[in-house]
Write a protein that binds this ligand. Structure first.
Ligand SMILES: [Zn+2]
Length: 402
């Protein structure tokens, strides 16, 4: 639709003649960024089809993969695709991992690992209901990274429809993300770029603004538009059951491994008999007001990069029984260790990283790797440089072995 109205220039240096009724160019150049989840969802990759579609519209195309969240050379690759000078070297970022069996979620340095294996290991380690939430964070994280890495990008347009938005309202509320939800739903949200800098003293500056131009269009309307315009449309996510098939018992229960999948089906079914379901949910969602400070002073969760409601995280830490007397190490009264991830996470991410039962926790032994942006975020929250953080973590491991 934006293409039809000529929002961006089709070629470099294109000049439009307004006297001939041509629309003024809003953006001199535009990129289409596609994040491919086919390696974990088992769906066919749409990358090449979308590349042809985007390039046919005069867009520059960048294909990313979900596992790129674990690739230290990613920002350099994006830069190279944009024609920026390529630096040589190992690639940046401190790879971190956590052991989910560990109550405090102590951070470790992660060994070098293939990005896809790392993503699969993380998904396999998480409880099944937490996986779509994590994939959502990976999508947001990669899009933000692409927007902040590409030169001269001021606006990030997301293709989220009102149907997905309604699913987000219910899914996020159920998943404990209610506090930051007004920001997730916002039509216009400034993104901070300081997180991508390794120097914590760099001032947070807002360069990229995220907007959702399709926020008022339902999936059905979008499909009709595509059909009448002769465009192909794809609307499949399958973030449920990425690792192993979802189980289904005799009563048909357990077919959905996550709240997200359940919500998607619920809204789709209800919308058939009550066509205003999506609008009603979104109208309610739009009334939500963000209760925290709206500027960049807000502390952010290193995993989902959304502001943290400290009181809720404290409450969860107090309210949940995370250790039993006489079972395992007891450190309830002590200050949290510097290498613990737990005190930094938002309520929702903490829930996502908490195994459902203590019995499940005992089964988990292996470390799971974390997306690469977690390292700089943790260092920033701690107010130390990445090297300093790495030293603290390594020291902690040596202490452990003694
Ligand atoms: Zn979070």
């Amino acid at each position: 639709m934006l293409n039809e109205r000529g929002y961006w220039a089709r070629s470099e240096g294109e000049v439009r003649d307004k006297t001939k009724g041509e629309k003024e160019i809003v953006w001199p150049a535009a990129w289409a960024v596609h994040v491919d989840f086919s390696a974990v969802t088992g769906l066919a990759s749409q990358t090449e089809r979308l590349r042809a579609l985007a390039e046919g519209m005069g867009l520059k195309f960048i294909a990313l993969k979900a596992e790129d969240a674990f690739d230290p050379t990613l920002s350099r690759r994006i830069g190279a695709a944009a024609g920026l000078p390529v630096e040589e070297g190992e690639g940046e970022g401190v790879a971190l991992s956590v052991n989910l069996a560990d109550i405090g979620l102590n951070l470790h340095s992660a060994p070098k690992q293939d990005p896809l294996e790392a993503l699969r290991a993380l998904l396999a380690g998480l409880p099944a209901p937490s996986r779509p939430t994590l994939l959502g964070h990976i999508l947001d994280g990669l899009l933000t990274l692409a927007a902040t890495t590409l030169p001269n990008v001021g606006v990030l347009l997301e293709g989220e429809t009102s149907t997905r938005q309604a699913e987000r309202v219910i899914g996020a509320t159920a998943g404990g993300r209610g506090w930051a939800l007004p920001l997730e739903l916002a039509t216009r949200l400034p993104l901070t770029t300081s997180a991508s800098s390794s120097d914590p003293s760099v001032e947070a500056t807002t360069r990229v603004v995220r907007i959702k131009p399709m926020k008022d269009i339902t999936v059905k309307e979008a499909a009709i538009y595509c059909r009448t315009s002769g465009l192909e449309s794809v609307n499949e996510r399958k973030w449920d059951g990425t690792v192993g098939e979802p189980r289904r018992d005799a009563r048909g229960k357990g077919a959905f491994a996550s709240i997200e999948a359940l919500t998607e089906r619920f809204i789709a079914t209800l919308n058939v008999s009550h066509p205003s379901t999506v609008n009603t949910i979104n109208r309610t969602g739009n009334k939500l007001q963000f209760a925290g400070t709206p500027n960049n002073e807000q502390t952010r969760c290193p995993l989902c990069e959304m502001p943290v409601d400290d009181s809720a995280t404290e409450w969860k830490a107090r309210a949940s029984l995370t250790s039993l007397p006489g079972r395992g190490p007891e450190r309830r009264e002590e200050e949290p260790r510097e290498t613990e991830l737990k005190p930094l996470l938002c309520y929702s991410c903490l829930t996502a990283f908490t195994p459902l039962t203590a019995a499940k926790r005992d089964q988990l032994a292996a470390d799971v790797p974390l997306p690469l942006w977690v390292g700089p975020q943790v260092a920033q929250r701690r107010g130390v440089s990445e090297d300093e953080m790495r030293r603290q973590i390594d020291e902690f491991i040596i202490d452990d072995d003694e």
